[in-house]
Design a protein around this ligand. Structure first.
Ligand code: TYD
Length: 243
């Protein structure tokens, strides 16, 4: 496909959403055509599914949860991701299918075979070109999600799972990364937001350069990368507007 599909994964509170925004701003400042999206909730139907899935007051059966994440993804792949990638855009998605392997597979205990079949059905094999896994300890993750939900009456339904659940999710992500080292890059998030952003750029800029989507003006030196973007095709006019 003409575009580049980059996904952001990690346990809750890993800072991936902030990093996604910073990267999108950076790539746009270089003239890149970037689509920012997320799962669940990357389409208008998906937004309604997201509200139901994450409502802490709902009692969602694990099988329902697995299937609704898949339904959200099917809509997202067909209505947003494929058209954008076919139009040559760089797509940054806050979570995608690896989240189902980690949360519903390792977290809830559905078999890897069933999870893979359902992912295949929803995605028709659409796999990210690059996946950034933002890693941090479960203790730090819990502290961050607690701070974030202070002041709110209830947090997300999945945020409030116990430490054992989040440990299984983290370990599953790390083993997915070990199994597919070409697609995954693990980003440690122990530094400041800016330091992590630099790490992300050090991964993504050469990756896009290698695909001919960004060209360096000068040889890259650490901390002073100077890039510009090869003009891309105009975005697909008929895209569903992501929320
Ligand atoms: P997200 O919006 O990334 O929340 P946060 O900003 O707190 O990380 O994701 C919402 C929740 O949905 C998160 O707890 C992970 C969960 N999730 C799954 O369990 N399975 C999935 O397939 C996806 C996409 C998300």
């Amino acid at each position: 496909m003409a575009g580049t599909f980059i996904t952001f994964e990690g346990i809750d509170g890993s800072g991936k959403s902030t990093q996604l925004r910073l990267l999108a701003n950076f790539l746009r400042s270089e003239g890149g055509e970037v689509l920012v999206t997320r799962e669940p909730g990357g389409t208008s139907v998906g937004l309604r599914l997201r509200a139901a899935l994450l409502d802490a007051l709902e009692q969602v059966d694990p099988l329902t949860e697995l299937l609704v994440f898949a339904a959200d993804r099917a809509q997202h792949v067909r209505r947003v991701l494929r058209p954008a990638l076919e139009a040559g855009q760089t797509v940054l998605s806050d979570r995608y299918a690896d989240a189902t392997k980690a949360y519903q597979g390792a977290g809830r205990g559905f078999s890897a075979e069933l999870v893979s079949e359902i992912i295949q059905l929803a995605t028709e094999g659409l796999t990210p070109d690059l996946t950034l896994l933002f890693d941090l300890s479960v203790t730090e993750s819990s502290a961050r999600t607690r701070r974030r939900s202070e002041g709110k009456q209830t947090g997300d339904r999945l945020d409030s799972e116990d430490a054992g659940f989040h440990t299984r999710v983290r370990e599953a992500y790390l083993s997915l990364a070990a199994r597919e080292p070409e697609r995954f890059r693990v980003v440690t998030t122990n530094g400041s937001v800016d330091e992590t952003h630099e790490r992300v750029k050090e991964i993504v800029v050469p990756f896009l350069e290698a695909r001919g989507q960004i060209v360096s003006r000068e040889p890259a030196t650490a901390g002073s990368r100077d890039t510009h973007r090869v003009p891309q095709r105009e975005s697909h006019a008929g895209l569903e507007e992501p929320p």
